[in-house]
Design a protein around this ligand. Structure first.
Ligand SMILES: [Zn+2]
Length: 153
């Protein structure tokens, strides 16, 4: 992305509807774009995670700052990429576009719990390494899907 485009994006975000600060009730929330860095542990391994272009809301009065659902989504995606796991979008695409199954059908086919699939796709839970490999096998080997259909029939 070019510098110009990024500046434009910042401006658009800032001019969004005015919202009161939920902390002090006095100031207004102003959205700015930041870069987040944190250390995350997955499967017993700790790694630094860098997240670019995270929107955060900062109060004009008390300087309290808030990270919303979009920031959570970006954080989750960055964790998946850092640790080499499929992202929520990639899991969704596997089920919806490659296999063309509903969440229920996918749960039946794979033996993975419906709630778990839903959490992966909404970015509430990161699949473990074994599950990530299972998903990759299904994505990259059509024969494995036929085999599972036979098993789950
Ligand atoms: Zn405030």
């Amino acid at each position: 992305m070019t510098r110009t485009k990024l500046a434009k994006m910042k401006k658009t975000t800032r001019t969004s509807k005015r919202r009161r600060c939920p902390a002090c009730g006095q100031g207004w929330l102003e959205t700015t774009i930041v870069r987040d860095r944190f250390v995350h542990e997955e499967d017993g391994i700790r790694r630094p995670v860098l997240v670019e272009d995270v929107p955060i809301d900062t109060c004009t009065e008390c300087a309290e700052s808030f990270r919303g659902p979009e920031a959570s989504r970006l954080h989750h995606e960055a964790v998946c990429r850092t640790f080499g796991f499929l992202t929520p979008r990639e899991i969704f695409d596997l089920r919806e576009k490659i296999l063309r199954l509903t969440q229920e059908e996918f749960a039946h086919l794979t033996g993975i719990g419906l709630a778990t699939i839903s959490r992966w796709e909404r970015g509430r839970l990161v699949q473990n390494r074994a599950m990530d490999r299972y998903l990759r096998v299904l994505r990259d080997n059509p024969a494995s899907v036929r085999y599972l259909k036979h098993l789950s029939a």
